[in-house]
Write a protein that binds this ligand. Structure first.
Ligand SMILES: [Zn+2]
Ligand SMILES: [Zn+2]
Length: 94
């Protein structure tokens, strides 16, 4: 189960997201469970490639209320609890 501030990525489309609200659902992208990125690895990647994380788009699951922020956006379809997550425009999560 995802925990707040964990980073997940999709090994198929390379989409990368951060959990901002925990839910019980499993994060899925491209029809496959997303992979948890280790905290150290995430910080290293973050520092190297994301000086200013894009002002994000967030996605929320209507079933478990899990909310994620997209760091690397791709065309991959994000799902949780067996359904597509809903996009939220211009949230202000820091
Ligand atoms: Zn994907
Ligand atoms: Zn869910």
């Amino acid at each position: 189960m995802a925990k707040k501030e964990q980073t997940y990525f999709c090994e198929i489309c390379r989409q990368k997201v951060v959990v901002i609200e925990e839910g019980f659902g499993v994060l899925v992208c491209c029809g496959k469970e997303m992979n948890l990125v280790g905290v150290k690895g995430m910080m290293a990647t973050w520092t190297a490639a994301h000086h200013k994380p894009a002002n994000g788009v967030a996605f929320v699951c209507n079933v478990c209320k899990q909310k994620i922020k997209v760091i690397e956006e791709t065309t991959g379809i994000l799902e949780c609890c067996g359904q597509r997550m809903h996009r939220e425009e211009a949230p202000d999560y820091k």
